[in-house]
Structures are given as C-alpha cells and as structure tokens.
Write a protein that binds this ligand. Structure first.
Ligand code: PLP
Length: 414
C-alpha cells in the first residue's frame, strides 16, 4: 500500500516536519508537498522511468471488440497522462475524483452543465472572475439559465434567492477576483444545503495549498489550473474536483465525468503533463508568493499614492478573521486603489518593468493588470464591475526588494 493511501495532512505547513520520535506502526499522513510530488505519479512500470511518460496518443488498441487494455479506449474518455494529473488533483483537494479540462472556463462550463437545465437559477456571489460573469450572464442566459448575483454579506438577499425552487446551484469565489473579498465557505455551504442546492467553489486564487473547500462543505471545486497549479504561465487548463455529493440520485462524479466525455473539452496529454509538473512545486511556490505579497501589501499601505490596499493577510482586512480560519496562507494577489483615480491606475499599470502588464496570474513571474478594462472588461456598466482606480498585482516569487523598487518607480507616475 502506498503511504498516500492513508490520506493527506493538508495542514502540515511546517517547513521541515521531521518526526521527533521513531515512527510508530500507524503510518503518518503524508503532508501536502509529499502528496503533490507523489500522488498519481508512480514510476513507469515498463521502464522504471521516475516520471510517468506522456501518452501522446488519441486512441488505444483493444484486445477484442468489447475488451480494452487497462480500461483505455479513446483519449477523450481517458488518457493515462491526464488521469495521473486527475489523481494528483483529487488527492490535494481532498476529493473523491477530479476531471481535467482544456481551460478553467471549460471546467466551469462542464460542472454547471452537468447539474443545470433550462429554467434553473444560479445564485452567485457578486464578485466573480469576469469570464465567469460572462459565461453566466451572456451565454447561460441564452439557454434559459438565469443568475442572481448576491453581494457577499447580504444574507437577506441570499435567503430570498435560495428560497426560489429554481435555485439549484450556488457559485462562489474566495478570495474574489480582483478585490480579495473573503467569503465564508462553511456559511454558504450551510445556506445552500438548507435549500437543497449544491455549492460550487472556484478555488483558483487560494489554490489547494492554502484552502480546501470540500472540507468546508462545498460539493465541488473548480480551478483554472492555468494559474497557481500550472504556476509557470505556459499552459492553459482547468479542473473540477468533487467530493461524495449526489445530484438527482446520481453521484456528482459520474455526472461530471459524463460531461467531460460527452462535451469533450478535455486537457490534452502535453498540457496535462505540464500542469502535473507545475503542481508538484505548488506548496513551495505558494509560500514564496504569500511571503512576498504580505511584504508588498504592508509597504503599499504606507505609500502616499495609494488609497486602499486589498490583501486578506492584513489584520485590518474585513475578511481577515474568516481567511485565517478557512485558509492556511493568504495567497499571492494584492490589489490597490490609487488616490489619483483611473488615470493614475492606468499609468501605474503601464509603468512597471519587472511586473509585466498582463491578464492572468499565479505564475512565478509578477504581473500587473487594470481589471476594470482588462480581466473584468465584460462587467463594464454592471454592478459587478470593479472600481476603475484599482490595479491588481499577481506577486511572483522574485526577490521582493526588486519588486518593491519596481512598484516604487511606477507609483511615482500616479
Ligand atoms: N476562475 C478565476 C478565478 C480566474 O481568474 C480565471 C482566469 O483568469 C478563470 C476562472 C478562468 O480560467 P481560464 O482562463 O483557464 O479559462
């Protein structure tokens, strides 16, 4: 039996957890970083290669018209490289199964379509990634699925929305993109379940290294693996991880797997391999992202050009206490509002040298963006549009002194 068969200790954030006493007969639960390196990554049984090979194949030969070799038939249904990534993801999110997709949006779409039908309503926490807002309000609306956006903290509106029998799915992100609002996952899970709805959480910003929504009551977790999980800005991908929930008398896992096969937006073998490789170092990277982000957030608080700093690791952040309870770190994204308004925000975003002006986040390199016109452009004119004086920093793992020097020079233009 592999040590990973005993589950994972996700909260083991100690740098060097060396047992003080000789190991007892009860196997220690592997820590997050151990599972990230080993889950689903057994050496190749044919050659002993330490890294499982990339199965770059669309199809598999069969032993008979109705018999398959090791269960593989066609790569849309299953591919060993993709399955290795899915095993790794399920282990790290405390899930029973994971499904890898071609992008984060494809994963969101597959999860939502596996549970919704025309006439249903999604109850969504108002601050979501712009692409999620577009998917729900522009694409799903045309297919008869409405979305009710609820401001985080507006419990009365949430109750009203959930009381409608059409409300079948609750969608949230925490921390939110780009304002880093913290949403209490357990509280939203209880509210959704009290009305017979499912709770789905987009865990992209926190990553499984710092938050595991399934352990807090969520029924499924979605990732844009393009971000922290891949971690190197070189591959698009998405994932759905499910627990043991059932929906309309079927395991949610089966519904998502069917959607993956029938909808077909799967991760290809090369992309799955790159994502899997990135995922192995997630725990180490997230520590450095968070360490740098906290130093930068504190430094920004004292800067004359800065009006507001959004970072859940700051003690005066309104969601700090909930974040400290439901996360094991505060992540690597920092947003700031500029005293000089939108014009200053645009100037700063265009002035950095080390921070690249780019959408996306979660890579080892630092990026800066102006969400109102870039990632969240599709929310323009809606109540969900982020303030136009805000810039978002995806703080990378570079030397923090270099990042501060870069920001200082850019803020001089504000
Ligand atoms: N969820 C969040 C929080 C995101 O930031 C993004 C992309 O920026 C997505 C989902 C969509 O992922 P992808 O771009 O991989 O489709």
């Amino acid at each position: 039996m592999s040590p990973l068969d005993h589950g994972i200790d996700h909260n083991d954030a100690r740098p060097h957890a060396i047992p003080e006493e000789a190991p007892t007969r009860t196997p220690r639960r592997p820590g997050f970083r151990t599972a990230a390196v080993h889950a689903g990554q057994e050496p190749d049984p044919h050659t002993g290669a330490v890294i499982p090979p990339i199965y770059q194949t669309s199809t598999f030969t069969q032993t008979g018209v109705e018999t398959l070799k090791n269960g593989y038939e066609y790569s849309r249904g299953g591919n060993p490289t993709r399955n290795a990534l899915e095993t790794q993801l399920a282990a790290l999110e405390h899930g029973s199964a994971a499904y890898a997709f071609a992008s984060g949006i494809a994963a969101e779409d597959a999860l939502l379509r596996s549970t919704l039908r025309p006439g249903n309503t999604v109850v969504a926490v108002a601050e979501t990634y712009g692409g999620t807002h577009r998917l729900l309000s522009q694409l799903y609306a045309r297919w008869g699925v409405a979305t009710e956006f609820i401001a985080p903290g507006d419990d009365a509106a949430r109750e009203r929305a959930l009381a409608a029998p059409e409300a079948r799915v609750v969608w949230l992100e925490t921390p939110t993109n780009p304002l880093l609002t913290i949403v209490d996952i357990r509280d939203w899970a209880d509210a959704a379940h009290a009305h017979g709805a499912l709770l789905f959480v987009d865990n992209t910003f926190a990553s499984p290294a710092t938050q595991n929504p399934l352990t807090l009551g969520a029924d499924a977790v979605v990732h844009s693996t393009t971000k922290y999980i891949g971690g190197h800005s070189d591959v698009l991908g998405g994932a759905v991880v499910v627990g043991d929930a059932a929906w309309e008398d079927q395991p949610l896992a089966d519904l998502v797997q069917f959607q993956q096969f029938a909808g077909g937006a799967v991760a290809g073998p090369q992309d799955a391999f790159l994502t899997s490789r990135g995922l192995k170092t997630l725990g180490v990277r997230m520590r450095q992202h968070a360490e740098n982000a906290e130093v930068i957030a504190r430094w920004l608080q004292g800067h004359r050009a800065v009006d507001r700093v959004y970072y859940p690791g700051l003690p005066d952040h309104p969601g700090h206490e909930i974040a400290a309870r439901q996360m094991t770190g505060f992540g690597g994204i920092v947003s700031l509002g500029l005293r000089g308004g939108e014009a200053a925000a645009r100037r700063v975003a265009e002035a950095t040298q080390v921070f690249g002006l780019s959408v996306s986040l979660g890579g080892v390199e630092s990026l800066i963006s102006h969400p109102a016109t870039m990632t969240h452009g599709s929310t323009k004119g809606t109540p969900q549009a982020p303030p136009s004086d805000v810039v978002r920093l995806s703080v990378g793992i570079e030397d923090v002194e270099d990042l501060i020097e870069d920001l200082d020079a850019a803020l001089a233009t504000a």
